[in-house]
Design a binder for this molecule. Sequence first.
Ligand code: ADP
Ligand code: MG
Length: 508
Amino acid sequence: MTYVIKGKTGDWEVVIGLETHIEVLSNAKLFSGASADYNPTIAPNTQVSMVDAAMPGMLPVLNDYCVDQAIKFGLGINADITRRSRFSRKQYFYPDLPQGYQITQPADRPPVVGRGWVEIMGDDGSPKKILIERAHLEQDAGKLKHDAHPTKSFADYNRAGVTLLEIVTWLDVKNPENNSFIASPDEAERYLREIREIARALGVSKANMEEGSMRADVNVSVRPAGSNKFRTRTETKNMVSFKFIKTAIEYEARRQIEIYENGGTVPQDTMRYNQGDGTTSVMRSKEDALDYRYFADPDLLELVIDDDRIERIRHTMPELPATTRARYINDLGLAEYDAARLTETTDISRWFDAAVSGKKERAKGVANWMISELFAHGENWDVKNEITTQEPDAPRIIRPSDLAELVDMVIDNAINGKQAKEIFIKMLDGETGTPRDIAKKFGMEQITDTGAIESAVDAVIAASAPQVEQYRAGKVGLLGFFVGAVMKATKGQANPAVVNEILKKKLG
Ligand code: ADP
Ligand code: MG
């Protein structure tokens, strides 16, 4: 099931390339010892070293920890780590950057992280590889404030020089049949979520779009469905929300389709997204592209990485979402869709793991409850809070142990599905105590004690001689009558499966 947009002349496919920036977590900046914390509560221009301020004669010193972070991320996206890479100066004059150039890694050779891939759930529900061309280290710029004063602008350089890792997806232009690229707004979102989760699981970045520690440039082109050529793309810059990214892709694709269907061509423009109405408009055309005059930064040596360093970092890696998914599918027998939902965030998969806690037979039940119920009740389900111990008087939330117990009770026939749902709703409504406590309190616990059920069955059989005769003569449909009578005698608390079994044995 490929995503297509219906046009006047036929179906169109969408081709998407994402350049994602994540802010690397580190105490210090990429080339200076100044703090990399630029959050808005910190006074402007208090985290700026002489290097960041570009004072004459200052020299950048590469932060090894940030390089380790890049290598770790590279391993997390199955990428080649480049043994020798370089830093270049990208020249531009803008008040957010005192140096007058940004130090980045050049585009014409592999940066620290070379080719790799991540796996997402494709639109057809099966796993899909998205190829990544590269991920490079570069400096972030400062922040300008234009709205604080009628005639003045302010510059805050706390963020200037903070480390960014830019991850660029790959389009195999020489082989347009290779469809390992993002091909719909939903796939774009799933790709970004996957990048985010990998970055978070590894501690490489908070990768939080709302806080600005993750942003993306969105390249979009369209082509007639089934075509084996790529067409010209446009690039929409600096997107900071999944929703806007999806809207921008859709709008941009439709805009391009309309141009083609009216006989026009799409120029390779750089676009801006207009939040107000969800449209895009041209910011500059590629012809006016700035000439950044890249050249190797003479202040910095080649970045040389040896095998030992890579292996040392590899050994510190936690389980990544793709591995967790494979474990859920292969070891716990979950469906691909369920495995994908349960690994959307590390918090979710940790919650699930805590509930299953090694008991494979629980896995499907826990997965079902989480996906079909808990996900819809965010307010009663603080996924992070579940793991930690609760304050005794804190409001009731559902913990992994609660769901585990509920699932076990159903498996053991202590309660039936309907009762489980009632207990679940009571927990959502704030009822305290474990599911067993709740079942007891509301008299829901089923009688599984076979002795008690047997005597109820005996009583029913003794009191229904004509039906027993008919049943034994072949009218097996009467079983329902007996079950009903036993249930009534036990006030609905007998376990139906056990009742059935005992009845069949005694009547048979
Ligand atoms: P630049 O923005 O520096 O020109 P690239 O040429 O490397 O960078 O491309 C940037 C992004 O655009 C990459 O993710 C790439 O896969 C994507 N891209 C390139 N060509 C197309 C196309 N025809 N349609 C959609 N995306 C494309
Ligand atoms: Mg670009």
